[in-house]
Design a protein around this ligand. Structure first.
Ligand SMILES: [Zn+2]
Length: 285
């Protein structure tokens, strides 16, 4: 059985055993994890979800902590009913999570850390979720299917749906639409499959070209004026439309427009000439 599949099944089993029940007991032989638990007790918290990413298993606690374990060759998670004897000697125990029904025991776990959402995003050793445009295993075909399933939503909103594709953000949303000539208020149903593929490829390209890897385990995203989608090196000319309300379009000279879009009221910029609505419709049509 492929290793990734085993870890995926481990995460599923841990999820079934742990999610939704308060943790009643916690032990670890990792000093840093024990210290985290001393400061922010995991007992009393619930497990919100369990996820696998490559060879990593991530356990999300309701208090915001994320227990990240790498399984390598030696490590394994076992699930026991309370009182059931362990199948490995106690000295191999690395971590125990207990609730009213069962115990999840990590044996000989070679690498374990507590993370927050922020430190997790910065840890370059842990793969990003599959839908993240920066993930080396990013699956454009699967992303395209998820996007097409949002047929009746506006593409400018869909580009921000983390469960469809992650990593684009509000600035790149407007830039990606401009570069592909697609009106951000257009419904996904109005786009061809080819346009959807182009949007995804462009998202990946623009986001990747704006991320700088430096010390190996951090990501530095260029901020503000340093974001670059136009190939111009001068910071003032680095973006096509974002934050350029009323300025002339860099392609056609028409005035760039700004409008609040979607249920989360995010600001969107576009050029009406370069990004017409299909069939000349109004953006509300
Ligand atoms: Zn234009």
């Amino acid at each position: 059985m492929p290793e990734g599949d085993t870890i995926f099944r481990t995460a599923r089993a841990l999820g079934r055993a742990l999610v939704g029940r308060p943790i009643t007991g916690f032990r670890s032989n990792y000093p840093l994890i024990t210290r985290f638990h001393d400061d922010t007790p995991l007992t009393g918290q619930q497990v919100d979800r369990v996820e696998s990413r490559g060879k990593w298993v991530l356990i999300y606690f309701s208090g915001g902590g994320i227990l990240v374990t790498h399984m390598l060759m030696s490590g394994s998670w076992h699930i026991y009913r309370i009182g059931e004897p362990w199948q490995q000697p106690g000295r191999n125990m690395s971590i125990v999570l207990e609730n009213s029904v069962c115990q999840a025991v990590g044996f000989r776990v070679p690498l374990a850390q507590m993370h927050t959402v922020q430190t997790l995003a910065r840890d370059r050793r842990i793969p990003q979720p599959a839908g993240d445009v920066l993930n080396p295993d990013f699956d454009a075909e699967a992303t395209s299917k998820r996007m097409l399933a949002c047929a009746h939503e506006e593409i400018g909103d869909v580009l921000l749906h983390q469960e469809v594709l992650a990593g684009v953000g509000n600035v790149f949303k407007s830039e990606v639409c401009f570069v592909t000539g697609i009106n951000p208020f257009c419904k996904v149903a109005d786009l061809s499959r080819e346009q959807v593929s182009t949007l995804i490829a462009t998202s990946k390209k623009l986001v990747a070209s704006n991320v700088l890897e430096d010390s190996g385990d951090t990501i530095v995203t260029y901020r503000g004026q340093h974001r670059r989608t136009t190939h111009q090196s001068s910071p003032g000319e680095s973006l096509w439309v974002y934050s350029r309300n009323g300025d002339p379009c860099r392609r056609c000279g028409d005035r760039i427009r700004r409008r609040i879009q979607g249920p989360d009221a995010r600001v969107t910029f576009w050029c009406e000439q370069c990004q017409p609505m299909p069939d000349g419709r109004d953006i509300d049509g």
